[in-house]
Design a binder for this molecule. Structure first.
Ligand code: FAD
Length: 538
């Protein structure tokens, strides 16, 4: 790793890896690059085998491997960690954007369960951390998704139907085994923050100067003049960083989705959920302080919309009108339950073995199925509705609008009409952001010089999450959804992405393929793991 006096701005001494984005995905990659015995994606048995291969791989005959290669691989166990540097536009610190969102919306608990975290060392690491620190009281049970074991006969019937259909479809049955109940608690935001900080510390990622503030605006890849191919990444303030591999961990992208384009004037009385600074807006805050009636509209059907509605009520807004295009969808997680529970390997296998990216796109859309709110937040919303502080309007869109700068209020017409809708003081759009690499200025040059296909804005990257087979620009997070699946943009996707990126980065830095690593890919679900494990002799 590099600290304060980093060599990043010297093209003849480039970094090994330059990570753009210090969010969960960037942290997952940085931590994984420091971890020589990852286990977070493996079952115990696979992890034991992994350790065994690492330890003895150089001394026993691995099918189809030469002696020289084996020695090289054995030495890799004690490889020095790569020189890395991290750039983030929000802050020179890890997870600042994440923490800010949670603080702003006063989110008490994560939506995701205990095994969703970025620790490459241990799948059950957050659970262990919670117990060690006696913080069980900070867990919120995710009730209603863990069920009793189903009979062997039923399991078989179900597995067959899964094989036939390639997926399990909403038959209303619980999907999570009773024995996994311990996993289905949501950590408090503080617990998750502390656990993440402990990961940063454990892997030495708190080195001063390791995360620098800056916004990347251009990426170039080419010859450094000495026959070595390097990336140069430019920031909006004119700095230049050089690296042999670049990891793009910039989240979902920045193109905010609005139901209609907004004028500058209209923007003063509205906010997009991805950029809420203070809540509620200063004008609405003033009205609350003066005990004047205030009316706020929240547009969107995802969890963030429900969190904004709840917070507005708690902050004293008189009435909140919650408008959504679809019906109210209630789901525990941002992806369908079969992708979480014991059948998730069927889902993943079906996803990875799909013939085309179009098919994968369909699976992503089916698993995510738009925004949804959790049963917990539905209960909260219902309480607000009962107290007449909130009214929920499914299948309702804003059909006409007029913003009056004098009164600083909106006159809205909706379809279907809401009869008693008064003048509205502020609109919150919790309508998401568009993940489209074609719209990212940062990638314009790469698209010009190393064009790749995209499907609905998602790049068709390699299985190693590389831009092209010989262009080690790695993409992780939501933008890697065509390879990682519907969970790419959440915390489990962050860990899965880090695993794949690391294999690719190691190969890039070693200057070629590595048979043992390729074999170990299988352990990460990137190939036929059982075939590979059975090929190990001795
Ligand atoms: C309110 C909220 C709650 C959520 N709760 C959960 C949850 O409980 N569980 C779960 O699994 N997921 C949750 N998610 C989804 C969550 O966004 C992801 O799990 C996680 O943030 C994805 O991490 P990321 O690193 O891909 O993206 P981000 O967290 O968005 O991080 C990307 C980073 O890249 C930086 N960046 C972007 N562009 C540039 C650039 N050009 N140059 C330099 N830096 C740049 C940004 O500043 C940011 O720090 C939640 C999301 C929100 C909004």
């Amino acid at each position: 790793m590099v600290g304060k006096n980093n060599p990043a701005s010297n093209p003849t001494n480039p970094l090994d890896v330059f990570i753009i984005g210090a969010g969960p995905c960037g942290l997952a990659v940085a931590a994984r690059l420091q971890e020589s015995t990852p286990s977070a994606l493996f079952t115990d048995e696979e992890h034991q085998r992994y350790l065994w291969i690492r330890r003895h791989g150089g001394r026993v005959a691995l099918a189809g491997k030469g002696k020289k290669k084996q020695r090289k691989e054995a030495a890799r166990g004690s490889r020095s960690s790569p020189k890395i540097l991290v750039l983030d536009s929000s802050s020179p610190a890890w997870l600042e954007k994440w923490h800010r969102s949670f603080r702003t919306l006063e989110i008490a608990h994560l939506r995701s369960p205990m095994f969703f975290h970025v620790d490459p060392g241990d799948r059950d690491g957050m659970l262990a951390y919670t117990r060690e620190n006696r913080r069980e009281g900070e867990l919120g049970e995710i009730s209603g998704c863990v069920g009793k074991e189903i009979s062997k006969h039923r399991q078989k019937k179900r597995a067959n139907s899964v094989r036939n259909r390639g997926a399990i479809g909403g038959d209303g049955e619980v999907e999570i085994d009773e024995r996994d109940r311990k996993d289905y608690f949501a950590p408090s935001s503080a617990l998750f923050a502390d656990y993440s900080a402990s990961i940063v510390e454990r892997y030495g990622l708190d080195l001063p100067g390791l995360v620098v503030k800056g916004e990347a605006c251009d990426i170039q890849y080419g010859d450094d003049g000495n026959g070595l191919r390097v990336f140069s990444v430019r920031t909006t303030d004119g700095r230049e960083f050089y690296a042999r591999a670049v990891v793009l961990a910039i989240g979902p992208g920045r193109t905010k989705i609005y139901p209609f384009p907004l004028s500058d004037e209209e923007k003063t009385a509205s906010s997009h959920s991805s950029e809420i600074g203070c809540f509620p807006s200063p004008r609405v805050q003033g009205m609350i302080q003066q005990r004047r009636a205030s009316n706020v509209v929240v547009v969107g059907g995802g969890l963030t919309s429900a969190q904004i509605v709840d917070l507005a009520v708690r902050r004293g807004v008189t009435r909140v009108w919650h408008l959504m295009r679809s019906d109210v969808k209630v789901k525990h997680f941002d992806i369908a339950l079969p992708w979480m529970g014991k059948f998730k390997n069927y889902e993943k296998a079906a996803f990875w073995s799909a013939d085309t990216d179009e098919e994968r796109l369909e699976k992503i859309q089916a698993a995510r199925n738009g925004g949804s709110i959790t049963p917990h937040y539905l209960k909260i919303l219902k309480q607000h509705v009962a107290r007449r502080r909130v009214s929920i309007h499914p299948r309702t869109v804003i059909s006409e609008r007029r913003y009056c700068p004098d009164t600083q209020t909106w006159q809205l017409t909706t379809d279907p009409p809401i009869p008693d809708l008064p003048a509205v003081d502020h609109i919150y759009f919790a309508t998401g952001v568009k993940s489209d690499v074609n719209e990212l200025p940062l990638l314009q040059r790469m698209q010009r010089e190393y064009p790749i296909e995209t499907k609905q804005g998602l790049p068709c990257i390699t299985d190693d999450l590389m831009w092209q087979a010989d262009v080690p620009l790695f993409v992780t997070g939501r933008l890697a959804a065509l390879r990682l699946g519907p969970g790419a943009g959440n915390l489990e996707g962050a860990r899965m992405g880090a695993e794949r990126v690391t294999w690719g980065v190691e190969e890039t830095l070693e200057g070629g393929g590595n048979e043992m690593e390729t074999g170990l890919d299988c352990l990460c679900g990137m190939g036929n793991r059982y075939e590979r494990l059975s090929s190990i002799a001795g």
